[in-house]
Design a protein around this ligand. Sequence first.
Ligand code: NAD
Length: 377
Amino acid sequence: NESVGPEPFGRADKRCAVTPSTVQRFSKNDIEIIIEAGAGIAAGYEDDAFTDAGASCVEDIGPHLSDSDFLVCVNRPGDKHIDALKGGAVVVGHLDPFFQKPLIEKLADKKLSAISVEMIPRSSRAQKMDALSSQASLAGYVMVMQAASNLPSILPMMMTPSGTIKPAKVFVIGAGVAGLQAIATAKRLGANVLAYDTREVVAEQVESLGAKFLKIDIGETGQTKDGYAKELTDEQKAKQQDAQKDAIASSDIVITTAQLFGRKPPQLISRDTLKLMKPGSVVVDMAAQGGGNVEGSEPGQTVTVEGVTLIGTGDWSQQVARAATDMYANNVYNLIDEFYSQEEKQFNLDLDDEILSGCVITHDGAIRNDMLLNAYK
Ligand code: NAD
């Protein structure tokens, strides 16, 4: 976890890429794990737990890198670690490849095989390795907890001799993995939940969680072959923003999770729309770090805009570092295990495999992903 964290935080992440449980499973496969002392503390795992499971705990992994076949990070490796690795070694992490061209070029130049967990295909077979989904599910939960703790009211209906409090109204924009978890969490807390997504196929999933789906006619929207949203035209964007206004104005909490894969997230809520909300209402912008769904949101900051508490998330995983570590470490273990040959005692980097062909973005001195190469032009 001493890797370079997501901007603008840039500090060591509280998450760790292995747990004592995954170390034990790696050890059974004769895979030796070397971990830096203290790497798991912030996630609730002490060094002893790792050594008991079979890992070697060292003060500095630097001197061990030239002998290592894998460097497994939560985020991106720093220069000193990349420089110490031998050619042909595999680097795994949230490499943020669309926005980290110099890093990816460096990984290619060093002849490292870089696995970007963001590029793992969203297929049934890859589900157990899908770090984007595991981390997004937790994010959806955290968003609701943050919103609830900032709202000067409660989420469930409460009928008492002192009066009746109506259930809070929560509007979730973007019903992908994070949005669906936010919907489920807000429902469990007793809120009335409404949701919208440009991919109409998710309406059924939203309704199956007991929430309502806001129908907006903005014409053909569709999704990419990988299930990601397509960017809207300017006219569609304007229509969406207009049609959402009433729902936003009457909500106590709005949670925005809209993303466009490999691109800046769309701006969905303007300052003028925030003005329509009741003072003290809460908006959580889960896309704040990448540019924001909400005008005025700041990554990692809670600000007041037009009387509304606007939470710009960014380091949400740090609040649930243990759960995020458990899931991420399992994803990493499952990825390595899937391609590890027991007989040959080695990782089989089969670039014809549909999973590896999606997520191995540098190999043998070249960047080998067309989407990235196009984005870098
Ligand atoms: P994401 O993080 O890329 O985007 C979040 C949501 O924002 C998406 O639902 C997207 O449609 C929505 N969005 C984009 N622009 C919007 C706008 N203007 N207004 C409202 N909403 C907008 O999405 P994700 O959670 O990573 O999911 C992407 C796809 O991958 C989905 O189809 C999901 O079902 C699929 N998926 C499949 C698997 C699997 O099969 N193993 C696993 C995870 C996700």
